[in-house]
Design a protein around this ligand. Structure first.
Ligand SMILES: *Cc1c(COP(=O)(O)O)cnc(C)c1O
Length: 392
């Protein structure tokens, strides 16, 4: 894992509280929680000015609350983007971005394996005359072929959801820019510590902060990072009106997560690699889908500066009953959705009756996804070792 020293300083550093009195000689070391729905003014002229500048001025907490500000500044700095907006969830951020940027008659192109609910959102946008295509392979030639004259936005993930294959981000951006198409990436897997898509020309970065950045499985939150003008557009067109604002307490929890993100990621990486290498040696395992173990020469190595603890593997005995038997035999891994917390989790997209759907989505049978937590790697490997005896 190659982390930049500046990033460590941003994560752990202290930003001055904008509301603290200048005269005070002492400052709180932790960011105060501004548990308030509205901000009152002495003068009507100041309230009117605030309402006309809601993007930057705290007037009402559905728009801005100072508890958001330091986290937004930190995330923008980490992504090396101009501006950031926090949201009540990752989907709040993704839906605000996509629905602000496309209009009736526009087409969206999804490249690589993309988070399921993002595709479900696009399905709903069909009711408003927006169409979409998915190129689940992540193959850039196929993606280029799928561009239509009305393609407005290319939305992608790298590494992709569920199978964690990477694509050449700069090459995809070049394809989009040549046609004046906006690009957006869901950078949740890598976090800004391991991948900075804006430096590669991507227009918009989205995060579910619920995962590694929150890191403690106790908060749901999201963020967008992009150019200030574009973020303002999203702020007024959808953010303020959809009402997916983060609460002050949740913003505080996200900043607390950020402070330990670098050390947690190093442990997730080490544990994840140890578990992935163990799985690769098992004769019950067909393929391990971990970005470190599926290097693709067409993807520049420096694109990703390390690995997290989320990856998947497929079983040779890949029928539903075997997947269920292995999952049910796990004693230490818990079963659950979400990922990126301290705890190890396992899940599978397989159901008794969805073979066709998995094939259509480009996912193998017998797939199990692991979110490797911060426990001892030996504990996790021993647990998987005994569970895999049910896959013989
Ligand atoms: C969880 C997740 C989301 C959605 O985030 P929420 O905070 O649950 O709304 C989006 N993208 C990816 C890749 C995710 O894993």
């Amino acid at each position: 894992m190659k982390l930049s020293p500046q990033d460590l300083d941003i994560c752990c550093g202290h930003l001055k509280d904008e509301t603290a009195q200048a005269a005070s000689v002492s400052q709180p070391i932790s960011t105060p929680i501004h548990q308030t729905s509205l901000f009152s003014f002495d003068r009507f002229e100041d309230l009117s000015h605030g309402l006309a500048n809601e993007f930057t001025t705290p007037v009402y907490s559905r728009g801005r609350n100072p508890s958001m500000t330091s986290v937004e500044q930190k995330l923008a700095a980490l992504e090396q983007g101009e501006a950031c907006k926090l949201f009540a969830s990752g989907m709040g951020a993704i839906s605000a971005a996509i629905s602000a940027l496309v209009s009736q008659g526009d087409h969206i192109l999804f490249v690589n394996q993309v988070y399921g609910p993002t595709i479900q959102l696009a399905t709903q946008l069909a009711r408003f005359g927006v169409t979409f295509t998915c190129v689940t392979s992540g193959n850039l030639n196929e993606a280029e072929q799928a561009i239509q004259p009305n393609t407005k936005l290319i939305w992608f993930e790298s590494p992709g959801t569920m199978t964690f294959t990477q694509l050449d981000i700069r090459a995809l951006v070049a394809i989009a820019q040549a046609r004046g198409i906006l690009t957006g990436i869901d950078n949740t897997w890598a976090t800004p510590l391991l991948q900075k898509p804006i430096t590669m020309g991507v227009d918009i970065v989205a995060h579910s902060l619920t995962k590694y950045i929150g890191g403690h499985s106790d908060v749901v939150a999201g963020a967008l990072i992009t150019r200030e003008a574009l973020l303002k557009d999203i702020f007024f067109k959808t953010f303020l009106l959809n009402g997916a604002a983060i609460g002050p307490m949740d913003a505080y929890l996200i900043e607390r997560g950020l402070r330990t993100l670098p050390v947690r990621l190093a442990q997730h990486e080490a544990n994840g690699l140890a578990v992935a290498q163990f799985l690769q040696e098992q004769n019950t395992v067909e393929t391990v889908f971990h970005p470190a173990l599926q290097q693709d020469a067409s993807v520049p190595e420096e694109q990703l500066q390390g690995y997290t603890g989320l990856f998947s593997f497929s079983l040779k005995q890949n029928e539903y009953a075997t997947v269920a038997a292995v999952l049910n035999a796990l004693k230490h891994f818990r079963m659950g959705v979400s990922w990126g917390g301290f705890e190890s989790l396992a899940i599978s997209p397989q159901r008794p009756d969805n073979a066709e759907a998995l094939k259509h989505a480009g996912l193998p049978q017998g797939l199990i996804r692991l979110s490797v937590g911060l426990e001892s790697a030996d504990t996790l490997i021993n647990d998987l070792s005994q569970a895999l005896s049910h896959a013989k």
